[in-house]
Design a protein around this ligand. Structure first.
Ligand code: SAH
Length: 221
């Protein structure tokens, strides 16, 4: 996976490649998905959510220029995989997950794999975490209708935010915002497809509708 899907494309930061090689992705997916864990694709993790595609995790972390000791906020813990990669890079990671089941599974998994230093917080991360700010880098693993302003203000000067912005299910772009002394520099990086960011600075629950799993349960065939 690292050689073909990451180094074989445009992931060139050796620290990112090393960290991606060290985190056992098969321990972040369901038992039934272990055989697919090192394919370059997103996989379901329950609760209507997915573990991100390895290339997108690597691309995002490379775009964030994460240095040893950086304070990094992740919005959307999911499986905890990206948080583990960030921890391998020596970042001090705070990760926020709105789904209580996913947050608690990620917590246990990170503890079991030796990533106990990662702070997992259950809640809406779309407004950031003022009590943990400022951050050197912020990554958002779910797509917002527009750049969440509170996240920009929680960056230190020189800090980087990478966030997918666009439609609920499609038409999204990965955007990088760098906070400068004068304001911000905004750059369009890549077309992407993320699950929606649901929260105060994201989409509302009613705009998203029921999860697909929930739909199936409510309409048995
Ligand atoms: N980084 C994850 C990918 C998670 S998918 C991984 O490596 O596995 C995106 C996650 O964002 C989902 O788990 C979803 O529940 C969560 N999410 C959506 N809106 C959120 C919000 N406002 N605050 C925190 N988490 C949110």
């Amino acid at each position: 996976m690292v050689e073909v899907d990451l180094a074989g494309r445009d992931i060139v930061d050796p620290r990112v490649l090393t960290a991606m090689g060290l985190v056992p992705r098969h321990l972040f997916v369901d038992d039934t998905r272990v055989g697919q864990a090192y394919e370059d694709r997103a996989l379901p993790i329950g609760r209507g959510q997915t573990i991100s595609q390895p290339y997108i995790v690597a691309f995002t972390i490379q775009a964030l220029s994460v240095a040893q000791g950086d304070r990094v906020l992740e919005v959307g813990t999911g499986s905890g995989y990206a948080a583990a990669v960030l921890a391998e890079m020596g970042a001090a990671v705070v990760t926020v997950e709105r789904d209580p089941d996913l947050a608690s599974t990620a917590r246990s998994r990170l503890d079991a794999l030796g990533y106990g230093q990662v702070e997992v917080i259950r809640g809406d991360g779309s407004m950031g975490r003022l009590d943990r700010a400022p951050f050197d880098a912020i990554t958002v693993a779910a797509a917002a209708p527009s750049v969440p302003e509170p996240l920009v203000t929680q960056l230190r000067v020189g800090g980087r935010l990478v966030v997918p912005v666009g439609g609920r299910r499609s038409g999204q772009n990965l955007i990088r915002v760098v906070r400068t002394g004068e304001g911000t520099e905004v750059e369009d990086l890549l077309q992407v497809a993320f699950v929606p960011l649901v929260g105060q600075a994201g989409w509302s629950d009613s705009q998203i509708g029921p999860r697909r799993g929930a739909l199936r349960r409510n309409h048995p065939r």
